[in-house]
Design a protein around this ligand. Structure first.
Ligand code: AMP
Length: 290
């Protein structure tokens, strides 16, 4: 695996690969890699000649400076895992490579509209502008044929789709399913910041989502959401939000017509660690006459 730190170098290397006709896949990450990240590498390897992974803890997407300071860094292990997974190129830039003109918010902002006003957008002001800044720059540098991102960050997938249309990128987006621990907890770099007791309680998020999936019926959703909220409370999880939205545009629903494809989304604190997860509902869509 080549480890490349300079944007110009990785750009030149990949341009050369593309000119030889190599199809390239790109997996952007913030490191502290786990099996979820590696499943994206695997998906890229199965469909591309060259797989590029980036590790960059992007300062502009952290609305909470403490979250940025405490973000786990496990570079040596990440390199080991990527080598083992057969990744071809690791792009490992310094902040100055991604933000040659500094990290101040770019003007004008990316026009994300409604998407930026709800859920993560509401609770993490500026977060998606930071995501767009880094993804815009990474896409310019890497120019992949295929981009691999995780459904775990559901709203982020929608934001990135919108960004690609704003910047006119032709890259194909591949959204990969969420990998979970055996007890259902979605794999996340942040899980390693949980104490063993917190780690056990954190399964409440998956339990609440599973409860919604099992209990959902057409009609009013408030009792269902109340029941899910109680599951979180019982596990000492403090939610920022627990919502059900239209899976295609994330408009939030108080009622379900039994037909629209929907997604349940949760963000909750376990101690000082903020966790997010989601589930597309109902899994058995055919049951509802679609
Ligand atoms: P991050 O390093 O957290 O920015 O994540 C990098 C990429 O991995 C993003 O596209 C995430 O959505 C994806 N990802 C994170 N956790 C998982 C998971 N448990 N399963 C699959 N993909 C994931």
């Amino acid at each position: 695996m080549f480890i490349i730190k300079l944007a110009d170098d990785v750009n030149r290397y990949l341009q050369n690969q593309r000119s030889k006709g190599s199809i390239t896949g790109f997996v952007p990450t913030m490191g502290a890699l786990h099996k979820g990240h590696l499943s994206l590498i695997e998906a890229s390897k199965s469909a591309n000649v060259v797989t590029v992974c980036s590790i960059f803890v992007n300062p502009t997407q952290f609305n909470d400076p403490k979250d940025f300071q405490n973000y786990p860094i496990t570079l040596e292990n990440d390199i080991y895992l990527l080598e083992k997974a057969g990744c071809d190129v690791l792009f490992l830039p310094a902040v100055s490579e991604i933000y040659p003109e500094g990290t101040k918010e770019k003007k004008p902002a990316y026009e994300l509209g409604y998407l930026e006003t709800v859920l993560e957008g509401k609770y993490r002001p500026g977060h998606f502008q930071g995501v767009c800044q880094v993804m815009d720059r990474l896409m310019q540098i890497v120019q992949p044929h295929n981009l691999y991102i995780g459904q775990k960050d559901y709203q982020q997938c929608m934001v990135i789709k919108k960004l690609l249309s704003i910047i006119g990128s032709q890259a194909h987006i591949n959204i990969c399913t969420t990998l979970r621990e055996p007890d259902g907890l979605a794999m996340s770099s942040r899980n390693m910041r949980l104490s063993s007791q917190e780690r056990e309680l954190a399964t409440g998020i998956f339990e609440a989502l599973s409860y919604i999936r099992q209990q959902i019926k057409p009609g009013d959703l408030s009792n269902l959401l109340q029941g899910a909220r109680k599951i979180l409370e019982k596990k000492q999880l403090v939610p920022d939000y627990i919502e059900i939205g239209d899976a295609d545009n994330l408009s939030l629903l108080n009622e379900w017509n039994g037909k629209t494809k929907i997604v349940a989304l949760i963000a909750a604190f376990m101690g000082k660690v903020r966790l997010i997860d989601n589930m597309i509902l109902p899994l058995n869509f055919a049951d509802y006459g679609n």
